[in-house]
Unconditional design. Structure first.
Ligand SMILES: CC(C)(COP(=O)(O)OP(=O)(O)OC[C@H]1O[C@@H](n2cnc3c(N)ncnc32)[C@H](O)[C@@H]1OP(=O)(O)O)[C@@H](O)C(=O)NCCC(=O)NCCS
Length: 184
């Protein structure tokens, strides 16, 4: 897939992105938000295997580009009319500048409108989560995207250091999304 708006491009990852993804995934400062403060310790081969899944799946792992520079990644999968995405701006100098909000809005508009993605079951809801500590992400989801916080799950999962983490779950329906973002 490829979607583009002004200075932002979101496109499916290809084999040529493996080295970049490996660097991000092995960097603890990038992966802390996902519970891997020491990084994933992955190999280029393992990353290539993950990228290869793009071929056979409606769900995709994508690269986020701003002004032609790869600055982060996102992914999504769908099941029974619900989409499950995730995202991160890995290059820190691109965080906190409004890009994340724009990227999420672009992605959700694509997920709700793309014919192929909606061909099996129409996607009417998007669900994702974040860690309790990620106050910035929660602010973006609640105040800028307009998502509903559906649940706070204490001790939902154990991170790489064996520390229990609390998950904050979010969702937004097609109807609510376009009621809030009618300009899309
Ligand atoms: C979370 C993420 C997608 C947000 O995108 P972003 O481009 O950084 O965010 P934006 O610039 O669009 O918006 C940031 C907002 O959060 C606010 N903010 C910044 N730090 C904050 C904090 N510690 N607590 C609360 N709000 C905060 C900003 O003031 C701004 O809100 P405002 O416009 O109302 O003033 C991005 O920072 C990111 O990818 N981070 C690393 C990985 C990650 O956390 N991924 C999400 C996991 S669920």
């Amino acid at each position: 897939m490829r979607i583009e708006k002004d200075d932002i491009v979101i496109r499916s990852a290809v084999a040529g992105d493996a080295a970049l993804l490996k660097n991000w995934w092995n960097d603890g400062s990038v992966m802390e938000h996902a519970g891997f403060p020491k990084g994933l310790g992955t190999t280029t081969g393992e990353v290539l295997d993950r990228i290869a899944l793009n071929k056979d799946s409606l769900g995709q792992r994508c690269i986020i580009e701003i002004d032609g520079k790869a600055v982060g990644e996102l992914n999504y999968k769908t099941k029974e009319g619900i989409a499950y995405p995730g995202w991160k701006i890995c290059e820190k100098e691109y965080q906190n500048k409004g890009y994340g909000t724009r990227i999420i809005l672009m992605l959700f508009d694509f997920i709700f409108k793309d014919k192929k993605l909606n061909s099996l079951d129409a996607i009417n809801c998007i669900r994702w989560d974040t860690m309790l500590e990620n106050a910035r992400a929660q602010h973006v989801y609640e105040s800028k995207i307009g998502a509903i916080k559906t649940e706070v799950v204490e001790n939902a999962w154990k991170d790489q250091m064996g520390v229990w983490r609390t998950a904050v779950n979010y969702e937004i329906t097609r109807e609510a999304f376009y009621a809030l973002h009618s300009d899309l």
